[in-house]
Design a protein around this ligand. Sequence first.
Ligand code: UN1
Length: 492
Amino acid sequence: MELKNFIGGKWIESDTLRKVPIINPANEEILGEVPLSTNSEVELAVSAAKDAQKRWALIPAPKRADYLYEIGYKLKEKKEYLAQVLTKEMGKVIEEARGEVQEGIDMAFYMAGEGRRLFGETTPSELADKFAMSVRSPIGVVGLITPWNFPIAIATWKSFPALVAGNTFVWKPSIETPMMAYELGKIFEEVGLPDGVANIVFGAGTDVGTALIEHPDVKVISFTGSNATGSKVAELGGKHLKKVSLEMGGKNAVIVMDDADLKLATEAIIWSAFGTAGQRCTACSRVIVHKDVKNELEEQLLEGISKLTIGDGLDPTVKVGPVINRAALEKISHYVQIGKQEGARLLVGGSALSNPPFDQGYYFEPTIFTDVKNEMTIAQEEIFGPVVSVIEVNSLEEAIEVNNSVKFGLSSSIFSQDVNKIFKAQRDLDTGIVYINAGTTGAEIHLPFGGTKGTGNGHRDSGQAALDVYTEWKSIYIDYSGKLQRAQIDTE
Ligand code: UN1
């Protein structure tokens, strides 16, 4: 399978000579090839999007939303097929792949409903016989840059609110998961989305991404990815005065207090830390545990981890699939080495798997470090793999302080039965998402998704909040007095 760009409603072969293989991380099978497109292809896509946007914005929002309903039905119809492709291309286990497609379906129907809301505001004017209101206006062409770990869900979090609000887009999906973008593109085509409304250009960040950010006709950039790339996107976007929405990493913690339901906490930690092989922005990579229950929690975690089957995610009994590529495997191994060198104690795991049946594919054992000190590298940096650090604390206050001491602020969680502790924690945990008696993953699409500090720049994906990224407020004053009235000037 050789992928083509989707520009102006047509699949167009890239002119580039540079192509990269698409590799199944479970067995290193080559699934196809993806082009690293050229700047002129970005130019073509932006111009198609710009041209289409004028007409798209004039279609009433409830009618634009009808396309999203159709997309939702198609996603539903193809759910199993898409989940299979997703598992093959990205590696997450099939159950989670189905869950991710479901996120896309939910987002389609949720944002389609927005077509009949898109609420504005009416506000009393300070002058007599004058009416004031504010409406959400589309911004124009938006550029979407999405990651490989949720290739369908995150694309829908960004593209659906953009569309319903009257924008068109050029999307650069991750080079690791282009087949999911192709599948979504096919659905756009099948539902008859007008030409140029949705455009896909395959490529790597440094060429296609830069061209997109620098293009004067791209007014908004919405990016999800690493902190390092995000800050480059922000810098370049800032230089060109773009509205930039960033959603970057996490160093999410589960706090386990001395009165916690340890069985439940254990299940939640295992799911949040090792689901998707730890490759979620929301993954749990720290356990902050009260000293009185540390030993017992660790015993239960060890027991839980022993039940996890590792392997190809297409096998329904497998709970932990491969990581995305060899570079990820090396990065995770590197962090484990640093953890050991800095004096953390390896409780379980710690190695990449290379003996048959794992000699093909990129597998890393679920790993837990204990006796981790907060200042250690593994307690501070995002590893993006199945590695968790257990940090001991003496009180709720200390737990919150440790939680908040990292540069990220996406998700956090606390296990306690004490309502006072819970209410204090939800107020003081400095993250965009807080879970009570649940793990750090599993955000629902109708709530704002994003985080504080190094996780983002104040914007949110999902929920109503996403509309703020893709609309501009327009304030409209209607003076029906028939005479010149001057605001702020005393005419008495
Ligand atoms: C991500 O990892 O970037 O909350 C997205 C969750 C999922 C989405 C994660 N619904 O874990």
